[in-house]
Design a protein around this ligand. Structure first.
Ligand code: EPZ
Length: 434
């Protein structure tokens, strides 16, 4: 069966909502448990498909996992007895490549199925391989698998300069380096909140890491890492999605359990547009009472404007006063949502990595289709803002990264229902991971 979200738009969102744990931290923290010589209890996990796929993958490798509740896992990876992750589910989660970085600390030969195609761009992993190779591993691609061989039985420290700022490569090299022989210096490292979260978890386990959150991370390898109890950070992108929805529906919403400093790029942009933001210790209140101005968005690595919020903000700008410019500098084809919002009346012209958005009076509901995770979230926001009914197909993409997205919006007054429909034969599998 296929699920769709049916949204009756035009209702301003009001009230208070708590943000969940960060998807992009969770999908790295779970493989990081492989490095522990004890038991790890991970809390504040989002209840999303990517987490359940990684849980099943760790179990298939031999880990013992208990689930006391839907937001916690008790994980013992000391029982892992294979280093070949060739299960079909692996290719549906891009972050499965973190298994490579973690398993190399325990096995001489590690194989992980390559992630599948992606709707937002080519997403190479050459920087991951550059780091592993510098540390003494041989990495090849064979039979659709990434195969890493550690000749001397243990990786050694290295000086690694990333040719581009990469969240995945930064985290994966950190995972490989924490038990390597010697010191690894990673230059041009990513600084996203979830990079820092993984580093904090590893340090709690006994890893020697300094500089996480800056351009240069230094890691001194250690022999053993203990088990820990760890609660992951709030989701920066879910927080941003809720902020944009509050503004777009001209509502008044307070989001709790947030880290306001993680939201600075978006908060600053929304205030520039004339939308009201009020920050508390762990809350952000967003309200918009009238029209808001157009803006110029340039997606950049953190602390720049997050590429994952580009698609939701495009929808917000589609009814702003004036002409907006959106430069997507991180991925070469992250505008697939634009065809869908055009069906709702948006007036957007795409020229390579730049979208020119002419603000229109309003959006109108229409049947649309999610092409990837954040495009799907953008369509939900568009449906909440639009006059009339919007039907969103391919909700499975949204469920990969949002914990029951409709429930949070319903708690804020939205009219959304999730319905099951028979699969249609033109179902295209746009994006196999987020
Ligand atoms: C992570 O992807 C996130 N996914 C993405 O979120 C996010 O958009 C991205 O970081 C940027 O913030 C997870 O954390 C699971 P990158 P990742 O490596 O690690 C190029 C979502 O919606 N690059 O930082 O794959 C790459 O092509 C998802 O939650 C190389 O050239 O992103 C891109 O242009 C979508 N070679 C840029 O770097 C490499 O080896 C940034 O990619 C690696 C990356």
């Amino acid at each position: 069966m296929n699920e769709k979200l049916i949204i009756r738009g035009g209702k301003p969102l009001h009230g208070e909502v708590k943000v969940g744990g960060a998807k992009n931290a969770a999908v790295a923290v779970l493989p990081a448990c492989i490095l522990s010589d004890g038991v790890c209890v991970i809390d504040n996990l989002p209840d999303i498909n990517d987490v359940s796929v990684l849980k099943r993958t760790l179990e298939n490798l031999g880990a013992k996992i208990e689930q006391p509740n839907k937001h916690s896992l008790k994980i013992d990876c000391t029982t892992i007895d294979t280093a070949t992750a060739d299960f079909d589910i692996v290719r549906h989660v891009r972050a499965s490549y973190y298994l490579l970085g973690a398993l190399m600390s325990r096995f001489d030969v590690v194989k992980v199925m390559l992630p599948g195609g992606c709707a937002i761009g080519e997403r190479p992993i050459d920087q991951h391989i550059k780091g592993f190779t510098a540390m003494g591993a041989t990495v090849i691609t064979e039979y659709g698998m990434l195969k890493a061989t550690v000749p001397e039985g243990c990786l050694h420290g290295a000086d690694i300069y990333l040719d581009c700022v990469s969240v995945g490569a930064t985290i994966n090299i950190m995972l490989a380096a924490v038990k390597a022989n010697g010191v690894t210096t990673l230059v041009n490292a990513a600084k996203e909140p979830h990079v820092v979260d993984v580093a904090n978890m590893l340090r709690m386990m006994g890893a020697k890491i300094s500089g996480a959150g800056t351009d240069i991370i230094r890691i001194r390898g250690v022999e053993k890492l203990s088990g820990i109890n760890y609660s992951i950070i709030p989701d920066q992108i879910e927080t941003g999605t809720l902020m944009v929805a509050a503004a777009g529906t001209k509502g008044d919403v307070t989001i709790t359990n947030v880290i306001p400093t993680h939201m600075e790029a978006l908060s600053a942009k929304l205030m520039e547009m004339g939308i009201h933001i009020e920050e508390g210790e762990s809350t952000i209140r967003v309200w918009a009472d009238g029209h808001y101005k157009a803006a110029h968005i340039k997606t950049m690595p953190y602390p720049g404007f997050p590429t994952d919020l580009q698609q939701p903000v495009t929808v917000l700008l589609s009814v702003a006063d004036g002409t907006s410019l959106i430069e997507e500098n991180m991925f070469e084809s992250r505008f697939k949502h634009i065809n869908e919002i055009r069906r709702m009346g948006a007036n957007v012209t795409i020229n390579g990595r730049v979208a020119v958005v002419e603000g229109v009076e309003k959006l109108t509901g229409a049947p649309v289709r999610a092409t990837d995770l954040r495009a799907g979230a953008a369509l939900v926001i568009a449906g909440l803002m639009a006059d009339g009914i919007t039907e969103i197909d391919n909700v499975k993409y949204i469920d990969r990264g949002y914990d029951h997205i409709e429930e949070k919006f319903i708690s804020l007054g939205a009219d959304i229902t999730r319905k099951e429909f028979p699969m249609t034969d033109d179902e295209n599998d746009f994006d196999t991971f987020a």
